[in-house]
Design a protein around this ligand. Structure first.
Ligand SMILES: [Zn+2]
Length: 150
């Protein structure tokens, strides 16, 4: 029995704005940039290599249904985003449950304007956004994607 936050409904339910057969899409509760979202498989696993063929197909489908809209909503420059996942003990992983970060990027964002590393902020769980700001984004995305919690 694993008790990581992605296996606890009360935790994922707070920031979920889309779900499919095998995946949850959450707004990151400590976003590094505006529009920082997470793709989390419902089934507990640690590695992309554990995904079944139907989970991989569902991942592609849920990604295609959400990412282009997220990039439009958050004004990503020329469809730019970072897609990253930390897998294994020595990777910089924080939560021990597979997840994929999508971080919309802008031509003039902090990380393009300076030599600050977006991956370092991600690793250190640094966020310039307040819980109230996160709540507002989650509510907006739920409306946008027609998601009804519960
Ligand atoms: Zn888990």
């Amino acid at each position: 029995m694993s008790m990581d936050p992605f296996c606890i409904e009360a935790e994922t339910g707070r920031s979920m704005f889309f779900r499919s057969e095998h995946f949850m899409v959450l707004y990151d509760i400590r976003p590094v940039v505006r529009g920082h979202i997470l793709f989390v498989p419902k089934r507990h696993m640690l590695d992309i290599l554990e995904m079944t063929k139907s989970e991989i197909e569902d991942f592609h489908s849920v990604f295609a249904k959400t990412v282009p809209r997220i990039l439009r909503i958050y004004g990503a420059s020329e469809g730019s985003y970072d897609l990253t996942s930390q897998i294994g003990r020595y990777s910089g992983r924080s939560v021990e449950h597979l997840h994929f970060h999508v971080l919309p990027r802008k031509k003039d964002d902090l990380y393009n304007k300076s030599d600050k590393s977006i991956f370092e902020d991600l690793k250190l769980n640094r966020s310039g956004f307040s819980p109230a700001d996160v709540k507002k984004e989650v509510e907006m995305l739920r409306k946008e994607f027609g998601y009804k919690p519960g």
